[in-house]
Design a protein around this ligand. Structure first.
Ligand SMILES: Nc1nc2c(c(=O)[nH]1)N[C@H]1C(S)=C(S)[C@@H](COP(=O)(O)O)O[C@H]1N2
Ligand SMILES: [Mo]
Length: 199
């Protein structure tokens, strides 16, 4: 009977130190959308942060594009178990947008054109951890992947990275978004395999 030497499994794990538990490496870029793809022309896209007191700050496409851009290259992890290494994006750090916002809130709800929502702690959107991105791999972000603009929060499972993002509401109390209300984990850390409630 053939047996694997203990070293074989050890080596294959060590070869992918950036792969969270239970994930496999995808080389294509799957599209995962609940429902139809909203078509949002860039000239009509806008993004609004609404604070817990109801104050609003809105950016148009041109205003977003005029802000300093960053080009993060990050690994992304979908709860359906594919991970993609080294994805390259261009967009604006949420730190830049939140510089203009006063809030005492701890929670955020991202809203998309089409009605999708997802909740995150506000601190996970700050300190260089999240962007509004409009280019992928040197090209304008394709509508199927969330163009003209999506949220990118690569340290959490990719359902937190709302496509066609239109705004963020700041909240004093956490609330579940679309998938979280359907049983997905409220935080979604891929390294702790927080796929579903109770993980
Ligand atoms: N607006 C919106 N954003 C969304 C989704 C969605 O259905 N609608 N799906 C989420 C899920 S479950 C995943 S895995 C990623 C998929 O992004 P991709 O289609 O670019 O791979 O988008 C996330 N953002
Ligand atoms: Mo997903």
């Amino acid at each position: 009977m053939a047996t694997l030497s203990p070293g074989f499994r050890g080596r294959s794990r060590a070869a992918e130190p950036n792969l969270p538990p239970g994930q496999y490496v995808a080389h294509d870029f799957p599209v995962l959308t609940a429902g139809p793809t909203p078509r949002v022309p860039a000239e009509r896209w806008e993004f609004t942060i609404t604070t817990e007191t109801g104050e609003k700050r809105t950016w148009s496409w041109d205003e977003l594009r005029a802000l300093p851009a960053e080009t993060p290259t990050v690994d992304i992890h979908c709860v359906t178990k594919w991970s993609k290494f080294g994805t390259s994006w261009k967009g604006v750090s949420l730190d830049t947008l939140f510089e203009e916002v006063e809030s005492a809130a701890d929670y955020a709800m991202a809203h998309s054109y089409g009605g999708y929502t997802t909740n995150l702690p506000l601190e996970d959107l700050l300190d260089g951890q999240a962007w509004l991105v409009y280019d992928y791999d040197g090209e304008p972000l394709h509508p199927e992947h969330g163009g003209p603009v999506r949220l990118l929060v690569p340290h959490l499972y990719l359902w937190k990275s709302a496509k066609w993002v239109r705004g963020i509401d700041l909240l004093l109390e956490d609330e579940p978004g679309f998938w979280e209300a359907a049983g997905y984990h409220s935080y979604g850390d891929p390294w702790r395999e927080q796929r579903y409630q109770g993980d």
